[in-house]
Structures are given as C-alpha cells and as structure tokens.
Design a protein around this ligand. Structure first.
Ligand SMILES: Cc1cc2nc3c(=O)[nH]c(=O)nc-3n(C[C@H](O)[C@H](O)[C@H](O)COP(=O)(O)OP(=O)(O)OC[C@H]3O[C@@H](n4cnc5c(N)ncnc54)[C@H](O)[C@@H]3O)c2cc1C
Ligand SMILES: *[C@@H]1O[C@H](CO)[C@@H](O)[C@H](O)[C@H]1NC(C)=O
Ligand SMILES: *[C@@H]1O[C@H](CO)[C@@H](O)[C@H](O)[C@H]1NC(C)=O
Ligand SMILES: *[C@@H]1O[C@H](CO)[C@@H](O)[C@H](O)[C@H]1NC(C)=O
Length: 585
C-alpha cells in the first residue's frame, strides 16, 4: 500500500469514532510528588515549556472554605492562583510560581467546588458556583425549560475559568457571543485587612464598574466564587453547513453574521473553500432531536491518534507539502460528508439539523468515560503522544477584517499549498462577538479568527511553512492590531496588548482597588496581561516566544533564517533557506 493511501486511511479512521463511549477521561492537570505539585494545561505543555510547581493545592468545597483558603494565603503572604478541574487554557495564566518560588504561592482548585446551580425561572437567571462544569450547567438549565444563549464550542471548561478568559461562541445578536456579556452578577473572594479576617466575599451586580472589570479578569482580581447568568426561554436551533467557494468572503462575512443569529464561517484557504454555517433559532415545537458532536472533540482510538501524529511528523521532516495537501483534502471531504459532526439522531442524515440549544452549541464527547475500555481519548491527550499543535486566535474590529482576508488571500495566491498545514486542522474558523462593557473584553463588534497548526515535540524543530504562518500571525496582531484571545496564542501575540485596550486603565484601577498587594498576580500572568516581549534566546522565534531579528532566533543549523514577510514586509519570520545550509557545509 502506498504511504499516501495509508495516510488517508489513518486520517479518516481517526475521524470515525464512537461518541461518548469507551473514552479515557483527561488526566488531572495537577500531579503531586515529593517535589511538590506540578500544574500543566490539558495539552500537558505550556508555551514556554517550563514547569509550574507549587507546594500546596487547596480543594475548597464551599464558598466559606474558598474564603478561608484565600485568607490563609494572604496571612502568610503567598501568591494565589485558581485552576479548574480542566485547565484548558493554553496560556500559562493559572501558574502562581516558578521553580524558585514553590513555597511562596498556593493553588486553589475549583474541582470540588463543582455543584450548586440555582435557577430562578421567573427571572430567567441562574446562579452557579465557579467550579461547575459548563455541561452540567447547560443540562440543568435545559431541564428547567430555559437556555443559556452563549457558550464556547468546547464544553470542557468550568464556569469561572471560561468567564475569566473571555470565552465565546459566535453571535452579533442580543447580548452577543461572549459568555461574560451574559453575566448579571458575580461574587469574588478578595484579600482584606487582618481586621476583616484577611479575605472577604464581595457581591457585584447592576452597573457597578467593578462588575464590568471582573467580567474578564484572567483571574487577577480575586477568586470568582459565584456567577449569575441571564437565560432565555428554551429554544431549538436549525443548522445547515454550506460548503462553497471562498469568492467574496471578504464582502460577505458581515451580512452573514447579521442574517443568522449563530453564524460562523470556516475558511480553508488552500482549497478556496468557505463553509457558511446557517444557524438560527426555531420554536421548541419544531421537530428535530439533533445534536452537534463536533468531530474534532470526539474521542479517537489511541493507536490511531498516535499513527496520525507519527505521519504528520514524517511529512514534516520530509518537507512533504503534497502529503499535507492530500491530508487536508481528505479531511475536508470527510467533514463535508458527516457535516462536521452534526447528527440528526444517531448519525447525520441531511440538512437542516434541528435540535435543542443545549445540544447544538457546545460539545466535547471525548471528555467522558466508560469503565469498559480505556483506549479512546481526546486526540491531544498528552499521555499518548497524539496531536500537538498551536492555536492562534486573533480578534479584529469588524471593520478591519475584510482587509485582513484580502491580505491572506494574496498571500495564499502566491502558493496555495502553503496553507495546507492549517487546513488539516480547522482552516480559519471565523466567529463573531459583540461589543462589551468589560475593559478586557471587545470594545466594539468584532470578528474572531482561530487557526491551529502543527507544533513540534522539540522546541528546536522548525515547522514546514512556518514562515507563512508567522506572517499571518504578525499581520493579524501588528498590521491590523488584532487582540489575542486571552486563553490561546503564542507569546508573541501578546506584545503590546495593553495598548490595544482603550479602557485598560479602568481594569488596573479595579485591580488596585480589589487586590492592592497583587496577591492574584504572578510573573506568568503579568507576561500576558502586560504583554512585554521577553529575552530573545536562540531559536525563540520557532515557538513564538519572540519575533526574530537575527538568524539565531530561528535555526541556523536547520537552514531557517530570519527573513521579511512575503506580502507584509514588516513581518520578520523564520524561512527555510536551503542555500544557507550549503554555505555552512
Ligand atoms: C479544545 C479547546 C477548545 C476551546 N474552544 C474554545 C471556544 O470555542 N471558544 C473560546 O472562547 N475558548 C475556547 N477554548 C479556550 C477555553 O474556553 C478557555 O481556555 C477557558 O478559560 C478554559 O476554562 P477552564 O475552566 O479550563 O479554565 P482554567 O484553564 O482552569 O483557568 C483559566 C483562567 O481562569 C482563572 N480561573 C479559573 N477559575 C477561576 C475562578 N473561579 N476564579 C478566579 N480565576 C479563575 C485561572 O487562574 C486562569 O487564569 C478552548 C480550549 C480548548 C483546549
Ligand atoms: C520548600 O519548602 C520545603 C519544606 O520546608 C523545603 O524542603 C524546600 O527546600 C523548599 N523549596 C524551596 C525552593 O525553597
Ligand atoms: C451556498 O453559498 C453559495 C455562495 O454564497 C450560494 O450561491 C448558494 O446558493 C448557497 N447554497 C445553499 C444551499 O444555500
Ligand atoms: C408551534 O406552535 C405555534 C404557536 O404556539 C403554532 O402556531 C405552530 O403551528 C406550532 N407548529 C408546529 C409545527 O406544531
């Protein structure tokens, strides 16, 4: 069998899964040993690859226990960070300490602060403890005949964690696609003077500017204990995907977002393909029992995930662009066939797929377990050497996004194959968020674009076509001034981030009011919040820790040199330059 055929079979097989069954749930993000407790994210790896170790982890189960954990930390002058059971944030925000300060900080896990969902049916609201998993919240709300309108597409998150980082689905309607804009009240545990017992609970609601600051806080204002969200009467949705050409995408995205309440667009540049999601509300009495079980979040057999990763690695080392393009074609064809994971019942039988809001917005069937077998996991499970990738997410003012698409198209037209590497993942996923009052939220109606791409196991290994991806990244964040999603991205995306938020000062004011001693800040969260460019070590640009300015920031030994962008001349990217290798030998 030719290796390419084998590859297609493997890739298709990885997509064919048994949803919700036979899965090995993710490991705890906190692993304790004699040297302390090590925190990692769900991918088992932070952007800087450095460990995060703390000596102590508290597992409060009630708001009062939460308060007393904070009080004891404040009394002992320790730094505090909170982490959820999931730790699904890609940026190293939840880390309180470096290896030299393990004894100067504690971690509070909300894993056991995970029940407590109070629904107020007449007032269409729910108050929920911060450790509650998003899926539990949604199911409870739907049982009461109500719906949460906004949620991220991935359900493996806690309510507190998703609020902190500005997590979103997609909508320009109503309160919009970001969950924090549906928050109508919030309780925070903040440091207090000794006379107040070192920590106190404050309840924020109404027009309080502190509530707006706390909507998106990266966990740096205090511990969120409770979140009150507004709900609506239960409803259903009707979804149809239109796989079509990408002509006119730059002119059509706005109309699309205005026309459909939950619109999104997936763009596969290498294939000149755009997938428009026609997604809108329908009444509860419309028939349909559909679910959205997004393909990328279904479980995969461990063997298959490993083989796919091995295949991807060998395509990388052979610089086999054609192989990547074939994978991209196969994947997209398969997604079209199965409607990305939409199901009318057990399987996809045709459009439109109609189902309850609670089943159509957010998914993550790879999260759930069965004791029967343990050979199925989320494809990125760090225990199995499966998928390993970067996620870049840039948030644009809507008015600027058309020009960004035009630029990416020009770059694509130079050589469409350069984009196959992202099209293997999800292409460019385009979503919509409404303007927000949160100082660290979006000040105006915005467009979010996500793209994922291969990450090497070793930091020193350059990636195929990485220059093109760095150019898109720099174009987004520096030419167009896009803002990074707080929970995703490589470090470069955060350079100068504070200057991109006109109300940043309002956030700092709230911070100095609520946490004047910076108990809830760490060197790690400061890196993101303040967006300082770090030291430029050898190879730093390969992993997005810096923008290259010298060849040594790329990889001289592997022939990757620091060069200007192909289209955006101000970009500085690591490009494979074979002649440099000849010169060296
Ligand atoms: C596969 C995948 C898909 C994703 N899809 C989307 C998507 O569709 N849309 C989107 O917007 N995002 C998405 N994300 C990002 C995700 O929504 C965010 O990373 C979210 O913040 C994760 O929530 P968590 O509960 O795991 O938080 P954690 O990672 O545990 O914590 C996030 C931050 O919040 C702080 N924190 C957590 N709980 C509290 C609390 N109670 N009080 C104070 N601080 C707290 C932590 O210190 C940390 O700074 C995705 C991530 C993954 C891995
Ligand atoms: C932390 O405290 C423990 C126990 O007191 C001690 O053994 C260890 O050396 C300390 N670690 C650091 C980095 O100070
Ligand atoms: C899909 O989109 C194309 C381009 O906008 C349009 O011409 C076509 O009618 C759409 N198809 C469906 C089924 O809506
Ligand atoms: C659904 O309910 C509305 C109003 O209650 C009614 O007008 C409509 O005919 C119903 N539709 C179906 C398909 O039952």
């Amino acid at each position: 069998m030719s290796s390419q055929l084998l590859l297609i079979l493997l890739w298709v097989q990885v997509m064919i899964t048994v949803p919700g069954l036979l899965a090995m749930p993710p490991q705890s993000p906190i692993l304790c040993g004699p040297a302390g407790c090590k925190l990692s994210n769900s991918y088992g790896m932070w952007g800087d690859r450095k460990d995060c170790t703390v000596s102590n982890v508290a597992y409060p189960t009630t708001e009062e226990e939460l308060r007393s954990s904070v009080a004891s930390a404040v009394r002992n002058k320790l730094k505090v960070k909170v982490v959820s059971k999931f730790s699904h944030t890609i940026s190293k925000l939840a880390c309180p300490a470096g290896t030299d300060s393990v004894n100067k900080s504690i971690l509070i896990s909300t894993e056991k602060y995970n029940s407590g969902i109070d629904i107020d049916v007449p007032n269409l609201a729910v108050t929920v403890n911060s450790g509650v998993p998003l899926r539990s919240l949604i199911d409870k709300v739907e049982e009461a005949g109500l719906s949460l309108v906004a949620a991220p597409y991935w359900e493996g998150v806690s309510v507190g964690g998703l609020i902190c980082t500005g997590a979103h689905g997609s909508s320009w309607w109503g309160r919009g696609g970001a969950v924090h804009d549906h928050v109508i009240g919030l309780s925070l545990v903040v440091p207090a003077p000794q006379s107040d017992g070192y920590a106190k609970i404050i309840r924020l609601e109404g027009q309080d500017p502190l509530l707006d600051a706390a909507r998106v806080s990266l966990g740096t204002l205090g511990v969120i204990s409770k979140v009150k969200l507004s709900l609506e009467k239960g409803f259903k949705r009707s979804i149809t995907y239109n796989f079509t050409g990408d002509e006119g995408l730059e002119n059509m995205f706005m109309d699309h977002a205005r026309k459909y309440e939950f619109a999104d667009i997936t763009w596969y540049p290498s294939k000149h393909t755009a997938v428009y999601r026609y997604d809108f509300r329908v009444p509860l009495n419309q028939s349909g029992d559909g679910i959205y079980d997004f393909l990328g979040f279904q479980s995969n057999s461990v063997l298959v995930s490993k083989s796919v990763r091995a295949t991807e690695k060998s395509l990388e080392s052979a610089k086999n662009v054609a192989g990547k393009c074939l994978l991209a074609s196969t994947t997209i064809a398969y997604k079209k066939l199965i409607a990305n994971g939409l199901k009318n019942g057990l399987i996809f039988t045709g459009y439109p797929v109609i189902g309850l809001q609670g089943k159509m917005q957010t998914s993550g069937s790879c999260l759930y377990t069965s004791s029967a077998r343990i050979d199925q996991t989320c494809a990125w499970d760090p225990r199995i050497d499966g998928l390993f990738f970067y996620e870049s997410t840039a948030i644009f003012p809507a008015q600027k996004f058309g020009d960004f698409i035009r630029d990416v198209k020009k770059l694509r037209d130079l050589n469409p194959q350069n984009f196959c590497g992202v099209d293997i993942y999800n292409g460019l996923l385009i979503r919509f968020i409404k303007g927000s009052k949160a100082p660290l939220g979006q000040t105006e109606d915005s467009v979010v674009v996500d793209f994922n791409y291969y990450r090497a196991n070793e930091a020193s290994t350059p990636r195929l076509n990485q220059d093109v991806w760095e150019e898109v990244e720099q174009m987004a964040f520096f030419k167009y001034g896009a803002r990074p999603h707080w929970a995703k991205n490589r470090k470069v995306a955060f350079i100068g981030v504070a200057q991109k938020y006109p109300n940043f000062a309002a956030f700092l004011k709230a911070k100095s009011q609520l946490d004047p001693q910076n108990v809830f800040s760490s060197e790690w969260s400061d890196e993101f919040l303040l967006g300082k460019e770090g030291e430029k070590g050898d190879g730093c640009a390969l992993e997005g820790l810096c923008i290259c300015s010298e060849d040594r920031h790329c990889s001289l030994s592997k022939g990757y040199l620091c060069r200007q962008g192909l289209m955006y001349k101000e970009a500085r990217v690591c490009r494979f330059t074979p002649s440099s290798l000849i010169r060296n030998t």
